[in-house]
Design a protein around this ligand. Structure first.
Ligand SMILES: C[S@@+](CC[C@H](N)C(=O)[O-])C[C@H]1O[C@@H](n2cnc3c(N)ncnc32)[C@H](O)[C@@H]1O
Length: 360
């Protein structure tokens, strides 16, 4: 029996596949699955784009994050995804009177909002416009070489989703942008205009886990011959026309997720950041990560498992010779998810998975 990789597994190698989009194992598996009409093996989490939008951001798993990070007086904390500052404010409050927080966000608008929100904490809070990919550089520049806690609350905030001009939502028309960092070089419209049909198809399949990716990619390539696709509603309507509508979820949801992941290099950035975060923690320091879809959660889970492993010898080897030293331990078993109560108050929370680990 031949076992084909799931879209999530393929996504880990998406960059090379996109570069060589007409060959390779991922491509062939993808084509085979499309021919037989099979669905991806991994059911995608409901992406943020499906949510109703609000210009207020309610932090998800708030108490669970704070319990996980366990902020204390005198502690040094990094919030890599400051958003609207909800979690950040909680960390500062619970690390009073002298705990300090460095808050980063790639989005200049978020940075301004968080600066304002955290102003009452004075010099205990510093807010920087930075990608968390630059975690080590940013903390060193701040004079910190080891910290007590790091939070990554991945994805986008409700205000980002609510603003049509950011291009994250297809509920209101806006430019196909989708950049967290509005100073960044590549927008979703650039990908839609420039990727080949094969590349678009691979992107939608792997980052959107969309089984009808080829049909959608073909429709885009045909449509763009008649004029540029530049707006969110234009793209959403095209996707709906290409594959029809079944069920409550808009068929463009997965396509928007895929484009957003690619525009912001979300999985690459996360992969590059997790080892930096682990290395930056002092013994007893905690790392908390909230993921919103299975691709990023799988990446976090695998990273943590690797750091917690006590042996990395091949399974066929009867005696351990690796002398592996784990660097992290799990604070809670598996992923923590929002309860029914939180989900009923904040629909965004239903896809959230929090994992917390402590530096040994
Ligand atoms: C879910 S929101 C965080 C909400 C925040 N925890 C709160 O309580 O308000 C995610 C934020 O992370 C930011 N972000 C996403 N990827 C980033 C990255 N690689 N570097 C820095 N910020 C990032 C987004 O711009 C967004 O503001």
């Amino acid at each position: 029996m031949i076992l084909h990789p799931s879209p999530s597994e393929l996504a880990e190698t998406l960059e090379p596949v996109l570069e060589k989009s007409t060959r390779g194992r991922g491509r062939r598996a993808h084509e085979r699955r499309e021919r037989v009409g099979a669905r991806p093996a991994v059911k995608p989490e409901a992406p943020d784009d499906e949510e109703g939008s609000s210009d207020r951001h309610v932090p998800v798993l708030y108490e669970e994050v704070l319990a996980g990070l366990a902020p204390h007086a005198g502690g040094l904390y990094v919030d890599g995804t400051a958003g609207r500052g909800g979690h950040a404010e909680g960390v500062l409050t619970r690390s009073a009177p002298d705990g300090r927080l460095l808050a980063l966000d790639a989005d200049p608008v978020a940075v301004e909002a968080v600066r304002e929100r955290l102003a009452p904490f004075g010099d205990r809070a510093t807010v920087l416009h930075a990608n968390f990919r630059d975690l080590t550089t940013a903390t060193r520049a701040h004079g910190w070489t080891a910290v007590d806690g790091i939070l990554l609350d991945l994805g986008l905030s409700s205000p980002q989703l609510a603003l049509p001009e950011r291009g994250f939502s297809f509920h209101t028309d806006g430019p196909l942008d989708m950049r967290f960092d509005t100073t960044g070089p590549v927008m979703a419209a650039d990908l839609v205009a420039s990727l080949s049909e094969d590349e678009l198809s691979a992107l939608f399949y792997m980052y959107g886990e969309e089984p009808r990716s080829r049909r959608i990619a073909h429709a885009i390539v045909v449509a763009r011959e008649h004029g540029a696709l530049t707006t969110t509603v234009q793209l959403a309507a095209l996707v709906e026309k290409a594959i029809g509508r079944r069920g409550a979820t808009h068929p463009a949801t997965r396509i928007f997720q895929a484009l957003r992941i690619k525009v912001n290099a979300e999985l690459d950035v996360l992969e590059a950041t997790l080892p930096q975060a682990a290395a930056l923690l002092r013994p007893g320091g905690r790392l908390a990560v909230i993921a919103f879809h299975s691709l990023e959660d799988r990446l976090v889970k695998r990273f943590l498992q690797g750091e917690m492993a006590t042996c990395v010898c091949p399974i066929s080897q009867p005696v351990c010779t690796c002398a592996q030293h784990p660097t992290l331990r799990a604070v809670s078993r598996g992923a923590t998810m929002a309860g029914d109560d939180e989900v009923s108050r904040n629909r965004r929370s239903r896809s959230a998975r929090l994992r917390v680990a402590e530096r040994l």
